[in-house]
Design a protein around this ligand. Sequence first.
Ligand code: DAT
Ligand code: MG
Length: 138
Amino acid sequence: MASEETLVLIKPDGVARGLTGQILARIEQKGYELVDIRKLTPSRDVLAQHYAEHEGKPFYEPLVEFMMSGDVVAVRVAGNRVIEGFRSLAGATEPTTAAPGTIRGDLGRDWGLKVQQNLVHGSDSPESAARELALWFD
Ligand code: DAT
Ligand code: MG
């Protein structure tokens, strides 16, 4: 079977709210494989590399501070067209407008939270996935 890999991060809000299991279950129910998993509080250095494309944007510093605020669960996920498929499973960036049925739409709380508190990250292209998997797992 044609297979590819992506990096999924369960962000500090997801871990702190005890949603790790539910999020992993959705990934497995879709038929994807959890190849590797680790829990860590990321360093500023790793986050600077991970979010390099956003450096200089107004939300960059709050985003990095938020990601350093607690444990993150990093998952290497494999499956057929999993990069695009997980982005679809995660839903739109803002939980406010993310569709019902998606992780952000169903589990993302909207009570005036910041946009960065959107539970998950998923790589957005094969190039990003290769770069991010090397960063978080090698
Ligand atoms: P995504 O996580 O959907 O790939 P992204 O790569 O554009 O979104 O942005 C990375 C993260 O930065 C995103 O998950 C939440 C935060 N973010 C994006 N746009 C933002 C904005 N306009 N204000 C605040 N945070 C934002
Ligand atoms: Mg992104």
